[in-house]
Design a protein around this ligand. Structure first.
Ligand SMILES: C[S@@+](CC[C@H](N)C(=O)[O-])C[C@H]1O[C@@H](n2cnc3c(N)ncnc32)[C@H](O)[C@@H]1O
Length: 301
């Protein structure tokens, strides 16, 4: 049986959370339940959220032994505020391990891998309508270029978008490998992993991964008790920039326009930043998927 997901920066994030017996922790991205399992094993209680049905089923199975110390909810963490208000809890800590699980990449029919032939799907939540096939076949050339440039930081966005539009005029693009070959033909041969940026960009667009991430972080932070910590693990610079900027705002004593000579906002810092953490050499050796991970931690004052 293959592993659902190997948790990244597990020891570092669990250490940062300083789990207390019977403390309540939010895991906003359950995945295979690796981080939740560690919190529960230390005696904490978990409210676990994921929008992917497979993750929910996996965690219901894996974490069943913890009984009512673990509550699993299928939802988007952008609704965390409403969920936590309904649960009527304050949090002793929270973790968001962003991006996708190994299961989501390795399961061919999810359509997230450019190496595995499958229909262009890429949805984390199968209940939503927008799929990668719709993005690739229905977006205008300009929209495609914007998605590839903004979410993939793809230098060859224009050329790829143009070739997608040309190709779909002949016949619709239905599969991951069809898309991958269009991308490969659009960029110089010297580019390493030429499809990576395009697939990342379309996945981010399909799952609306970046819009509202700042608000979700602020909402979750708002439910922490004083002294509690929020850990966020990111896997690419776009996510990490949003986390860094949001944390900086929460930790700032003034959010005035810096061109003003004096502070007029009266804003006071609500959080304290901890040093960012990267995977150890040991983890990098054991799990290559950790290579782009960054952990940021903020403590509620
Ligand atoms: C990297 S995996 C988490 C792995 C987990 N920490 C573990 O140790 O197994 C990310 C998970 O977050 C979920 N996810 C991503 N964005 C989400 C969102 N906006 N709301 C809820 N779940 C989300 C994905 O479906 C995926 O299962």
């Amino acid at each position: 049986m293959t592993t659902y997901h190997i948790p990244v920066l597990l020891h570092e994030s669990i250490d940062a959370l300083r789990v207390r017996k019977n403390g309540v922790y939010l895991d906003a991205t359950l995945g295979g339940g690796g981080h939740s399992n560690a919190i529960l094993a230390l005696g904490g209680k978990v409210i676990g959220i994921d929008r992917d049905e497979d993750a929910i089923k996996e965690c219901e199975r894996r974490l069943a032994g913890y009984g009512d110390r673990c509550k699993i909810i299928r939802a988007n963490f952008k609704n965390a505020d409403e969920i936590l208000c309904n649960e009527n809890v304050q949090l002793d800590g929270a973790i968001m391990d962003l991006g996708i699980s190994s299961h989501q990449i390795d399961c061919a029919e999810r359509g997230m891998s450019y190496r595995l032939d499958a229909p262009l799907d890429m949805r984390m939540d199968k209940r939503q309508l927008l799929t990668a096939e719709m993005v690739v076949n229905e977006y205008t050339e300009d929209e495609l270029e914007r998605v590839l440039f903004e979410y993939g930081e793809e230098r060859f966005a224009r050329k790829i978008a143009r070739n997608i539009v040309k190709s779909r005029a002949r016949s619709p693009i239905r599969t991951t490998l069809e898309l991958a070959s269009i991308v490969t033909a659009s960029v110089p041969q010297s580019v390493k992993l030429p499809q990576r940026r395009t697939f990342q960009a379309i996945r981010i667009e399909v799952n609306n991964e970046l819009r509202g991430l700042d608000k979700a972080i602020k909402d979750i932070f708002g439910h922490l008790v004083s002294g509690a910590r929020l850990c966020v693990i990111t896997f690419h610079s776009l996510e990490d920039r949003i986390v860094k900027q949001t944390f900086n705002l929460l930790a700032a004593d003034c959010i005035c326009d810096k061109s003003l000579p004096v502070c007029v906002c009266g804003h006071k810092a609500e959080g304290k930043l901890l040093k960012k953490v990267k995977p150890s050499a040991k983890e990098l050796k054991e799990n290559s998927r950790s290579s782009s991970a960054t952990l940021r931690v903020i403590e509620k004052l």
